[in-house]
Design a protein around this ligand. Structure first.
Ligand code: CTP
Ligand code: CA
Length: 228
């Protein structure tokens, strides 16, 4: 009940945050997953909550403690993340931070695959649903503001701009995940480029908490106007 009454510029705004990795079982002991600490997504959920938003955090397994005062839905697979996100619609804004496994094994077997019999070098894969793309391309009840993340190497800005077009989302937060001293993966700090309809903005290196607060402020600015 107190969720709805939280004061702040995002009061009465419903926001979805996806975070963490998804985990796709191969057999009872093995899985496919992406690298994701969940730190940036959890920080964004907390920052949005602090501005008064009614936040639903749909999260894969992480070691992070969810912020107080938000709705938390724990999932394992991309398909679960997709259906939990759709089940919680409508949203004014969706922030897709999750590192979703792009593919899952076509067949999840309850039998442990034995390596001496082969079968582990050639696992048929099938593509997972794309949560960001699905929300971006909704024809009815689309969240007003859909935001994706793009962790890239090499031509970071080029890849991220192409991704924004391909997915149909409004904004992309891009970061360089080339291995190195300042890599955001698993760390506390992040250097991002915010890509919006108005162009690209490079933010200086800051903590993931600061990135989250800055993004939440920008979301609040963009959502001024009548609620859903
Ligand atoms: N995303 C998603 N569902 C997927 C794949 C990605 O919601 N099945 C979202 C991520 O949460 C992120 C954005 O899409 O906000 C970009 O994810 P990314 O993995 O960088 O994009 P892909 O289209 O999967 O491209 P690739 O991995 O080949 O770079
Ligand atoms: Ca991907």
């Amino acid at each position: 009940f107190f969720l709805k009454d939280a004061a702040g510029p995002l009061s009465h705004r419903r926001v979805l945050v996806t975070a963490g990795p998804t985990v796709e079982p191969i057999d009872p002991v093995r899985f496919i997953a992406n690298r994701s600490s969940g730190k940036q997504g959890y920080a964004i959920a907390a920052a949005l909550r602090n501005l008064g938003a009614d936040v639903t955090l749909v999260t894969g397994p992480t070691n992070e403690k969810p912020p107080a005062g938000i709705n938390v839905v724990r999932v394992q697979t991309a398909r679960e993340m997709m259906s939990a996100s759709e089940a919680a619609l409508p949203f004014d804004c969706a922030v897709c931070c999750a590192a979703v496994a792009d593919y899952r094994p076509e067949i999840e077997t309850p039998h442990k695959i034995k390596k001496e019999r082969g079968g582990l070098t050639d696992i048929p894969l099938t593509e997972n649903p794309d949560i960001l793309k699905t929300l971006s391309k909704m024809t009815e009840g689309r969240p007003r503001l859909v935001i994706g993340f793009a962790a890239e190497t090499d031509d970071v800005l080029g890849h991220a701009e192409a991704k924004r077009n391909r997915k149909g989302c409004d904004w992309i937060v891009a970061n360089d995940v080339s291995p190195g001293e300042h890599c955001a993966m698993g760390g506390e700090r992040n250097t991002v480029i915010l890509i919006t309809e108005d162009g690209d903005e490079e933010w200086p290196e800051m903590s993931k908490g600061e990135v989250a607060r800055k993004l939440a402020d920008r979301i609040a600015g963009a959502l001024k106007g009548p609620a859903l």
